[in-house]
Design a protein around this ligand. Structure first.
Ligand SMILES: Cc1ncc(COP(=O)(O)O)c(C=O)c1O
Length: 410
């Protein structure tokens, strides 16, 4: 017997893409621009530390990681977000994750009730969004609320303007900045207002920050912890999630962390002690070394900056193109995302993702329309020489779309 609670989940985006494209041959040699899998070299430090600590695979690792791991993360958060000394108590406020995906899911399992104030609990989700959020909401029997993140609101969901009765039953909220897929970056003030909202309405806010280290020239994207501190809000309702997948080009290492309010971390740790998969000791050692090092991160950013520049060069000025402010995706407005995806594949062998596969229609907002329908998501992970012909083909699509220029900038 299979439970019905997940029956609302559509097929995952990538099997859907395969089903869409497999009916036709690629028009040319394939150019992969659909999956956000980093392709830059992994740092040597990763290989060295893993090799040096290989004997650790002989032991069951502690679920809350090692003191060295927690201290490295605490130090990184404090440096990166200029947190006042003492803001982070590593032993009470940090846990390792096997990548942020499982942690984002598990956080809802540990912290989101099915009911709040006598009503079905609501989970706020940006729309379009990283698909794990919706599965997490359904897993706990809460109602996912898909809040539009469109040009009209600067590509970020505005939770502060949601109706009072909805906020009163909100138990958990996901927020992604820099955002996947739009590459929008929330200001510190926006993040602070969200932390304050979470405190006022007593829900947990999960800031998904896994793209925080990938950004063009200019100041680094702000984070949820610094914003809460600046706003004078306690961290009791705040969690931030980050990962080595993008920062250190190690998506297969499965290493991330969650940091935030001690009571939230304690509750997550308790559930994880029963049901979580601990991060292996060699992975914890490697992660510790990587979070202490910024040299490889700067080198990684330099490679992405070349690609931002390439996208600007080829797509700049075309309707539908907005230079991302963070992350490695382009979110491009076309007439019909699925049709554009098929055309790119059949005529050029370029594989992108229809935006609709990352969005959902929600009857409460924008007439129930899926905000991704007119978009494609393009991943800038391959080297520039591979991306160039792909972006040229995409420029051809943008030139023939009938859409008008987007009014807002991401
Ligand atoms: C927005 C967002 N959050 C979380 C993740 C999960 O990353 P990981 O589990 O590798 O840390 C991804 C991965 O692509 C993502 O795009």
């Amino acid at each position: 017997m299979i439970p019905r609670r997940f029956s609302d989940l559509p097929e995952y985006a990538f099997p859907r893409l395969r089903a869409l494209l497999e009916r036709y041959p690629a028009g040319s040699e394939t150019i992969a621009m659909s999956i956000g899998e980093p392709r830059h070299p992994m740092p040597a430090l990763l290989h060295e530390t893993l090799a040096a600590h290989g004997e650790g695979y002989a032991k069951y690792p502690p679920i809350d990681g090692t003191p060295g791991f927690r201290e490295a993360i605490g130090g990184w958060l404090t440096r990166r977000f200029a947190l006042p000394t003492g803001t982070i108590d590593p032993d009470r406020m940090i846990l390792p994750l096997n990548g942020t995906r499982e942690g984002l899911f598990m956080a809802a399992m540990a912290l989101c009730p099915a009911e709040k104030n006598g009503k079905r609990a609501a989970v706020l989700i940006p729309n379009p969004f990283y698909q794990c959020y919706a599965a997490a909401a359904l897993a706990v029997g809460a109602e996912p609320i898909f809040v539009p993140a469109t040009a009209e609101n600067g590509w970020l969901p505005d939770y502060t303007s949601l109706p009072e009765d909805l906020l009163a039953r909100t138990a958990f909220a996901y927020y992604c900045s820099p955002s996947n897929p739009q590459g929008a970056v929330a200001s510190r003030e926006q993040l602070g207002r969200l932390a304050a909202l979470a405190e006022n309405y007593d829900f947990t806010i999960a800031f998904d920050e896994c793209y925080s280290e990938i950004y063009p020239d200019g100041p680094p994207p702000p984070g949820g912890l610094e914003a809460a501190v600046a706003e004078g809000v306690s961290l009791d309702n705040v969690l931030v999630f980050n990962s080595l997948s993008k920062r250190s080009n190690a998506p297969g290492l499965r290493s991330g962390f969650v940091a935030g309010g001690p009571a939230l971390i304690t509750a997550m740790n308790r559930l994880r002690s029963y049901a979580g998969a601990p991060s292996p000791l060699p992975v914890l050692h490697a992660a510790e070394a990587l979070w202490r090092d910024e040299t490889h991160v700067e080198a990684n950013r330099t490679l992405y900056r070349e690609k931002y520049a390439l996208a600007d060069e080829i797509l700049g000025g075309l309707h539908g193109y907005i230079a991302p402010r963070g992350g490695f995706f382009l979110w491009l407005e076309v007439d019909d995302g699925e049709a554009a995806t098929l055309r790119l594949w059949r005529e050029h062998g370029v594989r992108v993702l229809p935006g609709a596969y990352l969005g959902r229609g929600d009857p409460r907002f924008i007439d129930g329309m899926n905000p991704g329908t007119r978009f494609i998501r393009v991943a800038l992970v391959e080297p520039p020489e591979t991306l160039r012909p792909g972006l040229d083909a995409i420029a051809g699509i943008l030139r023939t779309t009938t859409n008008s220029p987007s009014e807002a900038t991401a």
